[in-house]
Design a binder for this molecule. Structure first.
Ligand code: ATP
Length: 457
């Protein structure tokens, strides 16, 4: 993926790095929608933008929370065998020494001697030709570039005060393995899950929020008896693929791809990616790796602590093996948006609609008073108050009702509740379905029950 577009503030089109792609219209449309409606903004845009960092706006933050909540629900809440943690982002070099990241978390960097552009060698379509200036044979010898961000803790910049921003959340689970296992008296197979920010000094960030230097991960480390590792690896591959399908991504846009031996990370003996068909082609959405006992063994060696499971009944002791499904929350958000984006002709007009799963949509409901007349708006606000304890609800009094439906369609809001003048007489409202556009008239007293049935968690 090659950085191409320039940065800088612009009114309509956000400045993002987008590679040439066969289905660019969809990507452009989603990127535009993200800015126009408040999903994603380029960071520090008023200063020309800070490349490859993004801020999540009022509806983007709702959707991102929903993505994370859907993951947490499926991986932690619904499972008796998984617990969660929230570990620190700053960590000492010892952790990364033990994990192997200081030595091996590198990408091959090449520089064009003609224009000075830098690339990840393994991502170049043509390893001989510079995508920026077109020069051939101009690349330097590849150099292994470490992707970790390093800084200093405390007021004095001195050796020994170095810290790293974590490049993955996983190590938080490994270094807390013994604490968590003892505190919760867990017996393998069991998992520790975490959602949080990670940082990688990517050589070529780009394709909007697909690859950024600051991003959010949702990772599970699932600790199993060594002889059960292959079975659990297969299990988690299927489980994680199914999660995306359940949340509305059509199966033909998803696939599992097994890594070849030369592609795997330093800790893995089997890895499969859940891939999504992005507008520029198939790419990783999530990685499922069999990390063996690599991490626990390394941390045991480096810390001098025992990181084993000891069965109190049988006396058996072993270092558990680890199956890791590692997903990106921000990358998943992008895939959900790309898959959900649709536009169709309705009575001679184009309707843009995000067909998002109701659990992911920023708002589940919108309340729309038909006019701005004070008594109607007051009644609508009263109805809004009945719904907000249950769902995120938007409230919109501007423009014509048709326009407001379109605005909600663009945000993916599954249901609009229209409050009209008859409501004041008959205590009923109209509920409009985003996908079918069908309308139901029902009593206000039945509204919460009606929506609960359709927006079941
Ligand atoms: P890639 O090969 O694309 O660099 P990776 O294999 O290094 O990714 P993992 O270490 O497996 O990625 O990270 C797990 C998940 O975290 C990825 O599947 C992705 O969803 C997310 N992720 C990783 N790096 C980034 C990034 N720079 N920006 C956004 N999300 C990322």
């Amino acid at each position: 993926m090659v950085e191409t577009a320039s940065s800088g503030p612009s009114a309509g089109t956000p400045a993002v790095e987008v590679a040439a792609d066969p289905d660019g219209e969809r990507l452009d449309a989603v990127v535009n929608l993200c800015k126009r409606r408040g999903f994603v903004f380029q960071s520090a845009e008023i200063y020309g933008g800070f490349r490859s960092t993004y801020d999540y706006g009022p509806v983007g933050v709702l959707m991102l929370r929903n993505v994370k909540e859907a993951w947490w629900r499926s991986v932690v809440q619904m499972r008796p065998d998984v617990v969660g943690i929230d570990a620190a982002i700053l960590s000492p070099p010892a952790v990364w020494e033990a994990s192997g990241h200081l030595e091996s978390f590198t990408d091959p960097l090449v520089e064009c001697r003609v224009c000075g552009h830098r690339y990840r060698e393994d991502q170049l379509e043509d390893p001989e030709r510079c995508p920026n200036c077109g020069a051939t044979g101009s690349f330097s010898e590849p150099r292994q570039f470490n992707l970790m961000f390093r800084t200093h803790a405390g007021p004095v910049v001195e050796t020994g005060a170095e810290v790293y921003l974590r490049p993955e959340t996983a190590q938080g689970m490994f270094v807390n393995f013994a604490n968590v296992q003892r505190a919760c008296r867990l017996r393998p197979p069991f998992g520790i899950a975490q959602i949080g920010k990670s940082f990688r000094n990517e050589i070529t960030p780009g394709n909007f929020i697909f690859r950024t230097r600051e991003f959010e991960q949702m990772e599970l480390e699932f600790f199993v008896p060594p002889d059960e590792a292959s079975r659990w690896y297969e299990y988690w591959c299927a489980e994680r693929l199914g999660w995306y399908v359940d949340l509305g991504i059509p199966p033909h846009l998803l696939r599992l791809r097994e890594h070849g031996p030369d592609e795997r990370s330093h800790y893995s003996n089997a890895t499969s990616d859940v891939e999504f068909r992005y507008p520029w082609g198939w790419g990783e959405l999530e990685g499922v790796a069999n990390r063996t006992d690599y991490d626990l063994r390394r941390h045991a060696e480096h810390s001098g602590q025992t990181l084993e499971y000891s069965d109190p009944a049988s006396g058996e002791r072993y270092v558990p093996h680890v199956i890791e499904p590692a997903a990106g929350a921000t990358r998943a958000l992008m895939a959900f948006l790309l898959a959900a984006y649709d536009s169709e002709e309705v009575r001679g007009e184009t309707r843009t609609v995000l067909r998002l799963h109701h659990r992911l949509a920023p708002y589940q409901v919108a309340v729309l008073p038909l006019s701005r007349k004070e008594h109607l708006v007051a009644r609508a606000r009263e109805i809004l108050g009945r719904l907000t304890p249950h769902w995120m609800v938007d409230f919109d009094v501007t423009q014509s009702i048709g326009r407001r439906y379109r605005r909600q369609d663009e945000l993916g809001t599954p249901y609009c509740v229209t409050v009209d003048f008859e409501t004041l007489q008959d205590e009923a409202v109209t509920v409009r379905d985003r996908d079918s556009m069908a309308q139901d008239r029902l009593a206000i007293a039945d509204l919460v029950g009606y929506l609960h049935e359709r927006l079941a968690r």
